[in-house]
Write a protein that binds this ligand. Structure first.
Ligand code: ADP
Ligand code: MG
Length: 729
């Protein structure tokens, strides 16, 4: 039984760090060489086609058929020159990961041969046979058609030999079946609402861009060890495994020297990423052993998210080359750090001002405070929706556990900004302010330092932290599509900015001066949103109590969290902002419920299989050995000596017996519970039963298995142990 484990260990011990082939030039020389970016468009497109694409990117205009044909010709010429033989529409369905179907460029030629061809039609729209993608009931089978449509705001690129065109994925009736469609709408909603607010401060602002900088955490596991763990292979996490005596207690992995094999893997990934125009900047060891992180320079959010999905794909492919497997699961190992994907979020105007960063004078600082305060209010009002956007089966194992943000949403501001808000609250008065009062207030607002580096408290424990020039949404899971979080965050912020504008305009109509109106509304928001502000330790038990007193919600239950999407006010919010209509919203929530159930179901099946086929036979074999030993002892020794020698062994035999019986009984019960759950028609109720009744068996059964791991002869144990998975480099 244990053969597989030992062979894997041997294989791992014989590995040499892989040699890598890097591009020889400077990164700046080959960055984006596989991307059909502006420079290449200029070279391969006519002036009018180039202009049409730039217009579409910058102003959202549509590209007509004739222009699309021209763009397709240019793209094809460039792609063929760079070794492409195929093209694909690339999209983000509601599964984990991306989808692509490759078509060769060839069509029949005149003389019986073939020629390479690509038209505007094929660039603009395709109809993949998409009936197997989850849609939550939006697409009836009789109308199962789905369309992909070109997203010119994210440039096409060549992946191996395929020209890859980023697209949205919608149904025949135009409803979103993917992450990108509502993401683009939510980015647009913020642009519109933020522009109107920016106009109070600067009339030149005509659009506002959302920026996203993601930090991708992951584990690297040796391929041989990974393959010897069916749970890792099928669920992405260990469903069993006793803690290693040493793991992260000494904090000796974080930021330590990167192991050579891992480092080679990272260099290889970066090399590919640079060719694809992904500005990867940071690589380091994370807190848990064999846990690492990549982070790029932030970009426009839609592009950044495409790049994150592409990066995850590259990482998985290159890991194999280096005989590693990547774990993107949020909690692959119990008892140690899980993986997140911090979403660094900010807004910049077309005039180049980051409104999430303090400015140089009172006016730009007031704009900064306006955006900060409205964002806080948006998070406060939307705490349940934000949670719903990030809580999945896998992320629920991470949230609230070791060094992960809790399932209570709160906003960390740091002392500098907190003091500023407190001061505004104290000094703004409801009546007309005297010139002196106003000057004093403005002076104070002007005093926020341009660079706020709150080093005292780069508070790692906050799920939503202000970090000097951006907000950092830290509760996002490492395996997630960032769009899920950004769709909700942007919708909430857009809505709040709209409300803010209405309130300010109303006061102005009543004759209040604009700046005073802004002060007054901000003061009101500061007071209203106070409960969500928290600068303390988000991991402490006290915070849980305190948050409860403040009326903040605390939910780490996926089905319950998801219901927040379906409240009447949520439906109204998403449709009002034009991000998701009611049927789109309902559809994707159904998909989330479905995914949750499936993931627990798969885990339950894998655990049952491993318990019965791997663990129980091993335990019984060892127990038989012990029984034989006891029998021999009895044959050889007199009764008294036998008693003293065999006593402990008999206890051990009983202990093994008890664990084996418990595993078998609980396995049976778990299967029966699942069978009962599967009969429940209503998916919401079914998810509840999976959460409340099926899921606890996973922990129950695991506990017995982990105890057995401590008892059974190491030579017989079939699965690579935590110490091997975490410390094999
Ligand atoms: P941390 O100290 O939080 O671990 P990192 O340096 O690992 O930070 O990552 C920070 C991320 O935040 C990077 O992706 C970076 O590009 C991004 N970032 C920096 N400034 C902004 C900004 N104004 N808007 C959005 N993202 C930003
Ligand atoms: Mg960070």
């Amino acid at each position: 039984m244990a053969q597989f484990r030992f062979k894997a260990l041997e294989e791992m011990l014989n590995r040499k760090p892989d040699e890598i082939v890097r591009e020889e030039n400077l990164v700046s020389d080959y960055f984006g060489m596989l991307v059909f970016d502006k420079t290449k468009m200029k070279k391969y497109l006519s002036r009018e086609a180039y202009k049409a694409v730039i217009d579409a990117i910058e102003n959202g205009t549509t590209i007509d058929r004739k222009m699309a044909d021209q763009v397709a010709q240019g793209m094809k010429a460039w792609a063929l020159e760079n070794g492409a033989t195929h093209y694909t529409h690339w999209f983000h369905p509601l599964t984990d990961g991306t989808a692509e179907k490759h078509d060769a460029f060839i069509v029949h030629g005149a003389d019986g041969g073939v020629i390479e061809s690509f038209s505007g039609n094929l660039l603009a729209q395709q109809e993949p046979d998409a009936s197997s993608f989850p849609n939550g009931g939006i697409r009836q089978t009789f109308e199962a058609r789905g369309y992909t449509a070109w997203d010119p705001t994210s440039p096409a690129f060549i992946s191996e030999t395929t020209l890859t065109i980023p697209t949205i994925f919608i149904s025949y009736t135009g409803e979103a079946l993917d992450y990108k469609t509502p993401l683009l709408r939510a980015l647009q909603a913020v642009s519109k609402a933020a522009t109107e607010v920016c106009q109070y401060f600067d009339k030149n602002v005509t659009s506002v861009q959302t920026n996203l900088g993601w930090e991708q955490e992951y584990f690297l596991i040796d391929e041989a060890l990974f393959m010897a763990r069916p749970d890792l292979l099928l669920t992405g996490r260990t469903l069993m495994g006793h803690a290693s005596s040493k793991d992260q207690q000494l904090a000796d992995h974080y930021f330590s020297s990167i192991p050579t094999r891992a480092n080679r893997f990272m260099q290889d990934v970066e090399n590919e990423a640079y060719k694809l125009g992904i500005p990867v900047k940071i690589r380091h060891n994370e807190v848990a052993p064999n846990q690492f992180e990549f982070a790029p320079i932030y970009e426009e959010a839609n592009l950044a998210n495409d790049h994150n999905q592409l990066m995850m794909d590259i990482m998985q492919k290159i890991a194999r080359k280096h005989k590693f497997r990547i774990l993107f699961h949020e909690k692959p190992f119990s008892g140690i750090n899980g993986s997140g994907k911090h979403n660094n979020w900010s807004l910049t105007t077309n005039t180049g001002v980051n409104v999430c960063k303090p400015g140089k004078n009172p006016k730009s600082n007031l704009q900064f405070l306006t955006f900060v305060i409205n964002t806080i209010q948006a998070v406060y009002d939307g705490q349940d929706l934000l949670r719903a956007s990030i809580l999945t089966a896998s992320n629920s194992y991470r949230l609230g556990a070791n060094e992960a943000p809790p399932s209570i949403l709160s906003v960390f501001l740091g002392t500098e900004v907190s003091n500023m808000l407190d001061h505004m609250e104290e000094t703004v008065v409801d009546r007309k302010m005297t010139p002196d009062e106003k000057t004093a207030l403005k002076l104070n607002i002007g005093r926020i330092p341009e660079i706020i580096l709150d080093n005292t408290d780069r508070n790692r424990t906050s799920p939503f932290a202000f970090t000097g020039n951006r907000f950092e949404f830290r509760a996002v899971g490492s395996s997630a599509n960032n769009a899920s979080a950004i769709i909700v965050l942007n919708t909430l912020v857009a809505n709040q900015l709209q409300k803010f504008k209405v309130a300010v305009d109303k006061l102005v109509e009543k004759g209040v001066k604009k700046d005073e109106a802004i002060f007054q509304v901000l003061k009101e928001l500061i007071i209203k949103s106070k409960p969500i502000r928290f600068n303390g330790d988000g991991y402490s038990d006290n915070w849980v109590k305190e948050a409860k007193k403040r009326g903040l919600s605390n939910v780490n239950d996926v089905p319950e969290a998801l219901e927040a999407y379906l409240r009447p006010e949520s439906k109204k919010l998403f449709s009002k902002l034009g991000v998701l209509n009611e049927s789109e919203l309902r559809g994707r929530v159904e998909v989330e419920f479905e995914k949750f159930i499936m993931k627990i179901q798969i885990e339950a099946r894998v655990l049952a299989d491993m318990a019965i086929n791997h663990i129980v036979p091993t335990a019984v074999e060892y127990q038989t050995m012990l029984l034989q030993n006891v029998k021999y002892l009895k044959d050889v020794f007199d009764a008294e000596e036998y008693e003293s020698m065999a006593g402990g062994r008999l206890d051990l035999i009983r202990e093994i017996g008890n664990h084996v019986s418990a595993i078998k009984a609980k396995r049976k019960e778990m299967t029966e519970t699942r069978a009962r759950a599967n009969k429940i028609e209503d998916i919401h109720k079914r998810a509840r039963v999976y959460n409340e009744e099926v899921r606890p068996f996973l922990d129950d059964i695991r506990e017995h298995i982990d105890k057995l791991e401590l008892i059974v002869d190491n030579e017989k144990w079939p699965l690579p142990k935590y110490r091997e998975l975490l410390f094999a480099r």
